[in-house]
Design a protein around this ligand. Structure first.
Ligand code: CO8
Length: 373
């Protein structure tokens, strides 16, 4: 069996950012309008009024201060409350593919790779823009890559599942160089009129180049081990899909967007992920204290604090478990890759770390890495 390594990563960040203050102002204006239109029903107690969202709550509950988005004007317009991303003709590159290509080009450049060096493309993300042809095949064409490409979706865990899939191709010898991309337009699936979740997500794209060790550039990352886990839960769900088109409530219904039982997710996923990390550490004859850094999924700062405490045996500092939530919010599958991309330059040969994601499914993935010489 061949050894798989991570040769490089890439990141593309959208140009527009929305602060909590801006997001809360638009939500509150929307809620005031909603209440005004239903004044009589609210006064007679038939319906409950919408209450205001709060900047303080968002930051305390999640650690999020702002998020990047593909379209800002629609999201912060109280009369729209959704991104307005113009549809493109089939002859033009699609939005998701374009984002992925931007991140991919950086990963290829950082590894000194040309398109002809790549054997396969995997597009691993929470929500594909269309059913088919696969986003990955469009990315493959846009970059001029030969070989094969396909999409996969394991929600927030898509990137770690994508890394293991790419590593398995390399280990088995069916590919030597695999490009894995994670374009996430979370704003397209978020209900900006739901106070409990309107602040959670942002848009971004990341890329990871997984290759056979013998061809990898200097300074690559050895993959010490990968592990995946899934356990069915309805606590994070999005019912959008072609089968719902004829449903009486229509495509605009709230359950055709992201919905979650945030408290339950928090309580159930923290122990599941901490146990998984500790078991995988044991299988690799490692301990939490052997890890220089944890690049955890970026859903909630408090969640990451609890998981890292259970792995290290004490609270991790921001150097040991960095967060990008303050500026990026939750970017689904891309979160742990952004953290890895932005906070790994200081690693010395032999330093070890963990890329870990978790989310809807439930699903979780662990990728232990070591900086090579
Ligand atoms: N402003 C003010 N108050 C608020 C707000 C708000 N915006 N929202 C809620 N409150 C109130 C509530 O009404 C509640 O009030 P009361 O106590 O009177 O009932 C109080 O604040 C506390 O509310 P919660 O219990 O909901 O608050 P929590 O402390 O639990 O924090 C969180 C909420 C931040 C959602 C937290 O539970 C959390 O982060 N949970 C984990 C979530 C998570 O990890 N989800 C994973 C999602 S990612 C994934 O896998 C799906 C992929 C999707 C792709 C992208 C598509 C968009």
């Amino acid at each position: 069996m061949k050894n798989a390594v991570i040769s490089s990563t890439g990141l593309w960040t959208p140009p527009h950012s929305i602060s909590n203050e801006e997001l809360v102002a638009s939500y509150n204006a929307w809620a005031d309008n909603w209440n005004r239109e239903r004044e009589a029903d609210i006064a007679s107690g038939i319906i409950e009024p919408k209450t205001h969202s709060s900047v303080e709550f968002i930051e305390k509950a999640s650690g999020i201060k702002s998020r990047y988005v593909i379209n800002k004007s629609g999201v912060i317009d109280p009369d729209i409350m959704a991104p307005r991303i113009p549809e493109r003709p089939n002859e033009e590159i699609s939005v998701l593919a374009e984002m992925a290509v931007n991140a991919a080009r950086q990963a290829l450049e950082r590894a000194g790779r040309k398109p002809e060096d790549i054997d396969a493309v995997i597009c691993a993300a929470s929500n594909m823009q269309r059913a088919y042809p696969a986003m990955a095949i469009e990315v493959q064409k846009a970059l001029g890559i030969n070989g094969f490409a396909f999409d996969m979706n394991v929600a927030c865990s898509s990137a770690t599942f994508g890394i293991q899939t790419a590593a398995d191709f390399v280990r088995s010898g069916s590919a030597r160089s695999v490009l894995m991309v994670n374009p996430e337009v979370c704003s397209g699936h978020l209900n900006f009129t739901d106070r409990d979740s309107h602040f959670i997500f942002g848009d971004v794209a990341t890329a990871v180049l997984v290759e056979e060790e013998s061809i990898a550039p200097a300074g690559h990352w050895k993959i010490l081990g990968t592990k995946l886990k899934t356990e069915f839960s309805n606590n994070i769900r999005n019912n959008f899909g072609f089968l719902n088109r004829a449903a009486p409530e229509g495509i605009g219904a709230p359950d055709k967007l992201f919905v979650q039982e945030g408290r339950k997710v928090f309580k159930e996923v923290v122990p599941m992920v901490a146990t998984m990390i500790n078991e995988h550490l044991g299988e690799l004859n490692l301990q939490g204290t052997d890890l220089r850094r944890l690049w955890l999924h970026q859903a909630n700062a408090n969640m990451n604090r609890m998981i890292s405490s259970r792995v290290l045996g004490r609270e991790a500092n921001s150097d040991e478990s960095p967060t990008v939530l303050d500026t990026y919010a939750n970017t689904s599958s891309a979160g742990s890759i952004i953290a890895f991309h932005k906070h790994s330059e200081d690693f010395k040969p032999g330093d070890k770390g963990l890329i870990c994601s978790f989310g809807a499914g439930y699903s979780a993935g662990t990728v232990f890495v070591e900086k090579a010489g």
